[in-house]
Design a protein around this ligand. Sequence first.
Ligand SMILES: [Zn+2]
Length: 429
Amino acid sequence: MATKIIYFTVNGRPEQAEFPVTCPAQDVKDLFRSAAEAGPHDILKLYNPKGNIINISPNLEPNKPNTCYKLEVVASGCNSEPLGVELAGALGFDLSSMEKRQWEDAEIMVLLQVMYTDLDFIATYNIEPEVLQQFLFEVYRRYNNIPFHNFKHCFCVTQMMYGLIWLTDLRSKMDSIDLLIMLTSAICHDLDHTGYNNAYQINARTELALRYNDISPLENHHCAVTFDILEKKESNIFRNVSPDQYKRIREGIIKCILATDMTRHNEILSKFKSILSSFDFDNKDHRDVLMMILIKVSDISNEARPMEVAEPWLDCLLQEFYNQSDAEKLEGLPVTPFMDRDKITKPSSQTGFIRFVLLPLFIELANLFPCLELHIIDPVRKALDYYTEMEKALEREKQNRAPCENGFKGKEIAVGQTSAPEASNSDTQ
Ligand SMILES: [Zn+2]
């Protein structure tokens, strides 16, 4: 029988793995696991010589000792005490602490596993650790390497959702299955995002726009990719739930992910406002709207983080916007105004967004959960002050540089700011 030999190092120690080409995936994983002396819940990261993470599977590209791969083990938070303690602190109530240092992708996957454990999903829904790991790896693989809508954005949104669940003590108010839906939706909500928003998809008549008839092409796609991952037995974290539960989970995830299309912002927010005064956690319609609001808040919660975390993310978002408007110009498509590098500045893009989209949304959620005021509204108000100041400084600078020219440009920006949320920079977040 044909076999493959893979050369790799673990902690600088050369190792090799030999297995038949038809070897089951799990056996290949176990082989690497034992070579690394890793525990059953640890995460293995295999890197090629270029430093890219590669999937441990029977399809691994055979190599030579001089082009060997590098295997790394990340201890799972569930097993290793020191890391476990660190994670517990980081995952608790301080929504920002963990991002002060750069977290690596494999560590992030461990953190996501800890969230499932922590919220009792593992035990309640009988999720096998290997299946959860495989699911997270598939998710990781299917986020693209683009400036903003990447795996780390998925993590930020999920972390915020996790934080909100604890801060609002949602576990005592809602079914655990709703929380499972929300956390999983957060993880999957931007799967395979291409970096070009719905307006581009529709104007460029992309495959996605054609497939979904211009109706939330991206969000429909994120959802379809989610269930593609869940169709595979080895990555279906819901494979042990009852058909009725699965049905409810599927409905819920679809509803939550589709709610992240910002063109539906006003519709969803108005619905929430209309039920707020009589909000009832026993009413399914009310809970459904709340779930949509929570994923929306998590999705655009960047400005609730400390400035040193939030600002680099804004730079990434603008980079993605500029890439799109550059492509639009190149392809002769309508240029999305809030993405045009000739029309917007960093502060101008942000002040309008915070004033007209973020704050009105966050304030309504804090009406239901007053404790959130401190955690998400105060920092957003600070961010608004910060960008308002930056905007004024830019204005002054411009006036000093070209006193007669700036009147027109300034006006253009001001018009952009006061536009409806649909036309603001929130569109693809
Ligand atoms: Zn998102």
